[in-house]
Design a protein around this ligand. Structure first.
Ligand code: PLP
Length: 378
């Protein structure tokens, strides 16, 4: 059976990138590797829309989240986490593990945080040192208003704005510097079209200032040391050399397409997916701003979302994602992230129609596919 990966991470890796990673291993301190890291460093600044250093860590995305908790604060410091799904919940858990005092602002699943709610919380407690949020909450398919939040948080001079953009980068226009993001986190296995194993952390001057007085325990994720090494085109420990070679290849593809076109492609694929599933009688779980990375699709009444997710994989070889916690059974998810185009959406929609028909949902095959085709031809 032919396999299709339509999950919100890991995502498919283009053949050009796979081949580049098959080259012989370079030594991470040897002269051959220096220009490779230099190019990756500059490419990351381009994709993250920042002049700040973007540090390259050898870990999954969560490592980048951990690094942004234990490099800027002191035990007991107060922070706000926005919890509108599984990844927001992860912010809370990491902060608690490192002894921060967490004010968790819960957002109903399927909704975005209102910047005014953060403004109110910061005005009420000026001692809050950081606000942590997801750019897109992958578990619910919701995008948060990063630009709006940045405008609010910018006015609080002792508070840094930390954004987990792991699933949003490349699919959403995230203007790190213009919007006042102090710590931006990315990961390799989502929009950047690479295997898992790299995390990226962009750090502003405001956050580096806090780093000077931060006394959290740290060893592996020491961003100051990473910054000193990056200035010499190195990393603190052994670089993930093959992944960084692949990163350059992926960045080259994105640069050839152009950032505006990359965003437009994701917006178009996401829009076509949403309209197609609506046409076949499914709802969209996101009630505010749907993510352009992944669509969380509500299963039709009487059909278990987990069964749809499972049948897509078992019968048709398509790996999407199910729902988690309170959304389990209610939704299933289809990504259109990274190395994704027209026929990924059409394949996904066609298979959803077949699975739903088999499960007894009244549907005329081709309905959603037709809607997607019309929109994708525009
Ligand atoms: C995938 C993802 C992560 C990181 O997960 P890892 O398994 O550590 O790579 C973090 N936040 C969001 C929003 C994600 O989608």
């Amino acid at each position: 059976m032919k396999k299709y990966l339509l999950a919100p991470g890991p995502t498919p890796v283009p053949p050009e990138v796979l081949l580049s990673m098959a080259m012989p291993i370079l030594h991470h301190r040897a002269p051959d590797f220096i220009p490779i890291l230099d190019s990756a460093k500059k490419g990351l600044q381009w994709v993250c829309q920042t002049k700040n250093d973007v540090l390259i860590l050898c870990s999954t995305g969560t490592g980048g989240m951990v690094a942004s908790v234990n490099n800027f604060f002191n035990p007991g410091d107060k922070v706000i986490t926005v919890n509108g799904g599984k990844f927001g919940e992860r912010w809370t858990k990491i902060c608690q593990a490192y002894g921060l005092t967490v004010e968790e602002i819960k957002v109903e699943w399927g909704y975005s945080i209102k910047p005014a709610a953060i403004e109110e919380a910061l005005k009420k407690d000026p001692a809050i040192k950081g606000v942590m949020v997801q750019a897109t909450e992958t578990s619910t398919g919701v995008a948060h208003d990063i630009e709006g939040l940045g405008k609010v948080i910018k006015n609080f001079k002792d508070t840094i704005f930390i954004v987990d953009a792991i699933s949003a980068l490349v699919a959403h226009d995230i203007r790190t510097d213009e919007w006042g993001i102090d710590v931006l986190i990315g990961g390799s296995q989502k929009g950047l079209m690479l295997p898992p194993g790299l995390a990226f952390v962009g750090v502003s001057d405001k956050a580096w200032k806090m780093n000077e007085t931060s006394k959290m325990p740290r060893f592996y994720f020491n961003l100051k040391k990473e910054r000193e090494n990056l200035a010499k085109n190195q990393t603190n420990f052994t670089s993930a050399v093959s992944l960084i070679v692949g990163l350059n290849e992926a960045l080259k593809m994105l640069q050839a397409e152009g950032l505006e076109n990359v965003f437009a492609r994701h917006a178009k694929l996401a829009h076509a997916t949403r309209e197609a599933v609506k046409a076949i009688g499914c709802g969209i779980y996101s009630k505010d701003f749907p993510s352009n990375s992944v669509t969380a699709i509500e299963a039709p009444a009487g059909i278990d979302g987990q069964v749809i997710y499972k049948n897509l994989r078992v019968k048709y070889g398509i790996t999407g994602a199910g729902g988690q916690d309170q959304a389990k059974g209610k939704i299933f998810r289809l990504a259109h992230l990274g190395y994704a185009d027209t026929f990924d959406v059409i394949t996904g929609i066609a298979a959803i129609e077949m699975v739903l028909k088999e499960l007894g949902h009244p549907i005329k095959l081709g309905t959603g596919v037709g809607v997607a085709q019309e929109l994708l031809m525009k």
